[in-house]
Design a protein around this ligand. Structure first.
Ligand code: SIN
Length: 330
């Protein structure tokens, strides 16, 4: 080999060595998962399980960073942050997407679903699955639904019949359907971020709020609300969401593995949600800080009669056939 050839071969060898070292040293892809609830909730547990599974299955390739308790973004900002690429995964409550799609408003219609089995059946059915893609044009993809559970109404005075809510202020999530639901019983709804609810209740700036057993327990709302009416009037579930851009840019094999880890984490989170709906309710009873009011059938019917007209108001925006499919899942 002449001298020039030798130099060329050496340069080539050096290049291949540097290139392969660069590939093996490439920083893992970071997925930031931001949420607003405590870690000991269905969503908190699901996010941590997702991180654990990705650590196990995609070690060195993908890293998940979980930010609970609105540490990174509150629900009102997280979707804007996702569009900017500042966060890759979130799971806002289904009530918090109305700026992006009206179809998901269906989940806020009062007394639509009888129980979580009906919610699950609807979400996994053709309409629920179609809704996952309802925000694609706005740059968001739904990767799956996660359960939290049925909502109850807490208050600083006993609520047995709709007239008891008349003139009272209730914090709601950012949803026009929820606003209409409280207006239907003469109450005043206030859209506020989740992170502010405890202080609003504690300072009596508001009279009450609606939430699931796990959120009422983990955020200590029961410590500042002497009454919780067991209404089961609506569902609080989540959409695990990412940006179209981030998702489609992932290499195929990574995307497949990340989705599998997410599906497994959601299955785990759904199990936690079913357990917590029972366990956290009991912990609240045991605390003796808040009295749980159980409605008679006649009292419950009064709430249904007062709130159900809200369906008609949103029927055109949501789609009559979607509402019929939801009713059929009961
Ligand atoms: C959540 O569970 O993510 C928050 C629910 C709420 O805003 O009330």
């Amino acid at each position: 080999m002449n001298k020039n050839k030798l130099v060329l071969v050496s340069l080539l060898v050096a290049f291949v060595f540097v290139a392969s070292a660069t590939v093996s040293l490439a920083a893992p892809l970071v997925i930031k998962f931001s949420h607003v609830v405590a870690e000991n909730t269905p969503k908190g547990q699901m996010a941590n399980k997702f991180k654990e599974l990705v650590d196990e299955r995609l070690a060195g390739k993908v890293v998940v960073e979980v930010f609970p308790n609105s540490q990174l973004f509150g629900d009102n900002k997280v979707l804007e942050a996702m569009a900017l690429g500042d966060v890759q995964l979130a799971a806002p409550s289904l009530s918090k997407f109305e700026k992006y799609t009206s179809s998901l408003q269906i989940f806020d219609l009062p007394f639509l679903f009888k129980n979580m089995d009906a919610v699950e059946k609807f979400q996994q059915g053709p309409v629920g699955q179609k809704m996952l893609m309802s925000m694609k044009k706005k740059g968001l993809i739904g990767l799956g639904y996660l359960h939290n559970g049925m909502k109850q109404i807490s208050s600083n005075s006993p609520l047995r019949v709709p007239a008891d809510a008349d003139g009272k202020k209730f914090r709601i999530m950012t949803s026009d359907v929820l606003a209409a639901q409280y207006e239907a019983v003469g109450a005043m709804p206030l859209k506020k971020p989740f992170s502010e609810v405890f202080t609003l209740l504690q300072t009596k700036a508001i009279d009450g709020q609606e939430n699931t057993w796990s959120n009422i327990y983990s955020k200590k709302f029961y410590e500042v609300q002497p009454f919780i009416t067991e209404t089961d009037h609506g569902v609080l579930d989540y959409l695990v969401v990412t940006s179209v851009e981030f998702w489609m840019d992932l290499p195929d094999d990574i995307r497949t593995e990340v989705k599998k880890a997410l599906d497994d984490a959601i299955a785990f989170g759904n199990k936690v949600s079913a357990e917590k709906a029972i366990a956290d309710r009991q912990l609240i009873i045991d605390s003796k800080r808040s009295e749980i009011l159980t409605l008679t059938d006649a009292e419950r019917q009064l709430w249904v009669d007062a709130m159900k007209p809200v369906w008609k108001k949103f029927e055109d925006a949501i789609g009559k056939e979607y509402i019929e499919a939801a009713v059929a899942s009961n």
